[in-house]
Design a protein around this ligand. Structure first.
Ligand code: PAF
Length: 254
């Protein structure tokens, strides 16, 4: 696996699959790498902690960084090129152009500026890597919906692939943030997947999930349209940690 730090050095032949990441890789990322490996000639993973998408500075400062570990995981899953630029390579002095999606649902309203940062860095990555397909996890359903909107609205020649959420044995969706939960917080956090799964098939899934999440003081419960699938999504705070999750209500991910 080649590690590339400069945009000018990204030179690729064949059909490319891109897995954008901010590192802190877990089994959810592994499933994206595997899908990309099986569907493309060349697999590129990006490793870039995108400060522009953090709405809380404390969250950015606490974000785990371990390039050596992440590179070993990417390599073990058949990634060909790891694009790991420095911040100034992506946002040089004078950078002034942003991709701002006007409608980004409840998650967008809860985190002002977050999806502007995500959309901007992803459009930059699509232009740098020129992938045929780009891979994202269902856990970040609103992110996937925003990126599908961007790709449609701006006629970008990339297919957004959304792969099912990977969960721990207790049902909690894998996330780099789970490491911040104490044992007690983790036990309380399990109400999130339980409430969402329990709401599937009820007459009013949003109300059913909200009732199951009463004790966690949810930011929101909403239905997100991913085109081929509709998911029931929620965000909660457990102690200082914000967690999101969702389940498919109708259709199938693609
Ligand atoms: O999902 C993430 O890790 C990030 O939002 C992404 C897509 C890599 C953009 O920085």
């Amino acid at each position: 696996m080649k590690i590339v730090r400069h945009i000018a050095a990204v030179q690729l032949d064949g059909e490319v699959g891109l897995v954008p990441t901010m590192g802190a890789l877990h089994d959810g990322h592994r499933s994206l790498f595997r899908a990309a490996r099986s569907e493309n000639d060349v697999v590129v993973a990006s490793l870039f902690v995108n400060a522009a998408q953090f709405d809380e500075q404390a969250d950015l400062a606490a974000y785990p960084r371990d390039e050596e570990r992440d590179a070993a995981i990417a390599e073990s899953e058949g990634v060909d090129v790891l694009f790991a630029p420095e911040p100034a390579e992506m946002y040089p002095p004078g950078f002034a152009t942003w991709v701002d999606v006007e409608e980004a649902g409840d998650e967008g309203r809860s985190r002002p500026g977050h999806f502007r940062g995500v959309a901007t860095v992803c459009v930059k990555l699509f232009n740098i890597v020129r992938p045929r397909r780009a891979y994202f996890g269902q856990k970040d359903a609103q992110q996937a919906a925003v990126l599908k909107r961007v790709v449609g609205d701006l006629n970008l020649p990339v297919e957004i692939r959304v792969l099912p959420t990977v969960r721990d044995d207790d049902g909690l969706a894998l996330s780099s943030r789970n490491a911040r939960l104490s044992a007690d917080e983790r036990a309380r956090a399990l109400a999130l997947p339980r409430a969402l799964h329990g709401a599937i098939g009820t007459a009013d899934p949003v109300a059913a999930a909200a009732a199951g999440l009463r004790d966690l003081d949810p930011d929101y419960v909403e239905v997100v349209d991913l085109g081929d699938a509709r998911v029931l999504a929620a965000a909660v705070r457990v102690g200082d940690t914000r967690l999101i999750d969702n389940v498919v209500l109708e259709g199938a991910l693609s």
